[in-house]
Structure formats: C-alpha cells, structure tokens
Design a protein around this ligand. Sequence first.
Ligand code: PEP
Length: 256
Amino acid sequence: MATRKPLIAGNWKMNLNHLEAIAVVQKLAFALPDRYLDKVEVAVLPPFTDIRSVQTLIDGDKLRLVHGAQDLSPHDSGAYTGDVSGVMLAKLGCTYVAVGHSERREIHGEDDAVVNAKVLAALRHGITPILCVGEGLDVREAGTHVQHCTDQLRGALKGVTAEQAAGLVLAYEPVWAIGTGKVAGPADAQEVCAALRATLAELYSDEVAGTVRVLYGGSVKSSNVGEIVAQTDVDGALVGGASLDAEEFAKLSAIA
Ligand code: PEP
C-alpha cells in the first residue's frame, strides 16, 4: 500500500496583508520543528498579494513550509483583467493551488467545466491542484452527497492523464461545515474520502488512487483534527479559520 505523507494546508482566504503574512509564517516555522515536518507537510495558501513575501521568507530562511495560491485563471495570459495565471504562480514558486473551493463555486459561479479548465491550467505549469469538492446541506439531507462529490470529481478530471492524476490532492469540504463550526463526523469524512479514492481507482487504477492525498476540510481545529486524520482515507486537512492563528495551526499540524 502506498504511504501518503499527510498534508495540512491553510487557506487564509481574503485575510492577512503581506506584513501580517510574514509574521504568521515566522511564528508557524518557529512552532513547528523538523521532527513534526518529517511526518507532515504544512502549506499556506495566502492571498495573491502576499505570495511574493511568503516565498521570499520561506526561500531566504530555508523554511520547510510550502506555499501556494487559492485560485488561478484557466488562461495563461491575455485580456483577463484581475486574473492571475498559472505561469505567474509557478514563477512565484507555488507548490499548490486550491481549485473549485466552494466559495469560488458559489460566489463566482464556477461550474465543473471552469474547475476542470483550472485543474488543467495548474497541471500545465507544474502546480499541484488541491481540488475541492463538497455538498451543500440540501444535498446532504437528500442523502445524495457521495454521488454529488464523485460527480464533481469526474467533471474536474476530464482530460487529466493517469500520470497527472497520480500527483493530485483532493479535498472533501462539505459546504455546510465550512466556517460554521459544524464538523462532519470522522465517519462522514471517511465515507466521502473513500468514495473519491474509489472513483480515482475506477477512472485510472488502484495504484493512482493509492498515491493521491485526500484531505478533509470544514471547521478543522486542534481539538478535532486527530480523529479526522485517523480515518483510513483521510490524508490531512484543508484548514480555513484556524490557519490564521499560527499557534493553533502549528498545534493542529503537529497532531496530524
Ligand atoms: C476552507 O476554507 O477551506 C475551510 C475549510 O474553512 P474553515 O476551516 O474555516 O471551515
């Protein structure tokens, strides 16, 4: 069986200016000695305006943290005012980029086709997508959440080769648990994460499915991360609110 190093990724959303970002990353690095980072990979996904500062700090101080972005354009360059391309993010040393976050799907109307184009754009430039899927409360109550999430996954992976799929990171983020304080139970997280992995096995192979890290996201904090990442098919967490507090983020990363 493949061994998957857990990943804890902090999605800062539209919070922290570039000076605050530096302070948070410095504190995080201080609180996370190598013995933890040998076991878990810790990433921060700052707003675009902070990325250069975070990159300079991580590279300059040789920190063992990695950084990424929260979104990218499906296009590489051109007349797309306000957008930021994978070419630009690659130049800023981004390892990861979140794609298909529910806030992008809801607020910016991104559908599966857009998410698919963004996944392909990230892969074109050697950036690993953290592909987010998840259901709203209505879908959860209707009991069709597994189908909903696996459909989103299939839609996002059109044209993605087995070789590309092998390096992906997925994040199961039930929309009703994001920023609400409601956490899906460990068994709920396992149910969907296992179904996502089974879908990868069906689309590609068991081998590919075994390499992909599947994260859970939704009100994760140090008090609940342990039982979530203990699930067989959960390989870490995508963390929103709790990633803004360096001490809490370090604490939950150390537990994972
Ligand atoms: C997120 O933004 O991806 C997220 C999971 O947020 P929170 O941890 O605040 O629920």
